[in-house]
Design a protein around this ligand. Sequence first.
Ligand code: KG4
Ligand code: ZN
Length: 343
Amino acid sequence: MICLGIETSCDETSLALVEDGRLLAQTLATQADLHAIFAGVVPELASREHYRHIGPLFDQLLASAALPAKNIDCIAVGRGPGLLGSLLVGAAFAKALALALGIPVIGVNHLHAHLLGAGLSQSLVYPALGLVVSGGHTHLYRIDGPDRFIQLGRSLDDAAGEVFDKVGNEMGLSYPAGKSVDEKGATGNADAFLLPRPYLQNNNLDFSFSGLKTAALCAIDQAKNNNVWDSQSEKDLCASLNAAIAETLRAKTARALSMQEGIKAIWLAGGVAANSCLRMVIQELAMEKNIKFIAPESRYCTDNGGMIAYAGWLLRSLGYRHGLNFEIIPRGRRVPDDMTTDN
Ligand code: KG4
Ligand code: ZN
């Protein structure tokens, strides 16, 4: 079975083809340079760019896989959470194509797809704890199957990626800054700046990163005002931030493990899952607990069509589909569980 995946939730337009769980081809147009001018994604510009790119990317995808459109068996599209106008472009394209080809369409939860996408390079083990850390979301799940996600916790304010991007921006790093903060931190001292491990003094599995963002921004301002801000302190601040975010995420993941029965793996996903410090810390936790660590390759952590196509292929293999009337879901609304089956 060949599934076309379409991703347009934020600032990457990406399409991919997955055949029987294997990636056949992927195309991607990033808008990072455009949004870097504004140090963050401008929603209206993002929608226009998706609209400009999606048709040519589809043609390129078919050409690179040497596959006619009629060979596609089903279409999966990221339905949210994400930017409303951006999601509309992908969903409208997916629905029109499904109608034209007479094949089923599935609206895939973008966050679930980040996690399931790891299946492109390794086998997925259930039951699992899934931690998605991206520019817009920090979510913790229990996962019992491709269609069985239970949300255990989420960020109450900023996502971890937002902290990397805004703190990086203050240091003059271009958007999205997470990768640069990660790299600069590799040669810094993580104990140089005392940053908080926020929102741990409670019994829940939610996160709150806005205070950490403010603390890091204040630390930079203070160092600048005291004329002690130099290239070494930049590296030290990056190392301290990497550690603060990784250790906070580890603490809540460890708490979730102690609260959930029978967990056999931790799955880490989302753009921030490419962070070397976070990967190491969560991998260590999995080793300590003697369970598997599962994460996409770093280059497949950020938004991509492959993860949508793979999640769609998994769900379609279980017989799921949507009607053409499925809604797209902006950030802040829970994605409904409204797929139907063929029978
Ligand atoms: O999942 P994603 O591509 O888009 C959303 O759905 O938000 O995640 C993008 C986020 C950005 O905030 C970016 O700075 C961050 O992932 N990111 C990283 C790294 N690579 C990307 N953050 C920390 N370390 C990295 N190596
Ligand atoms: Zn994402």
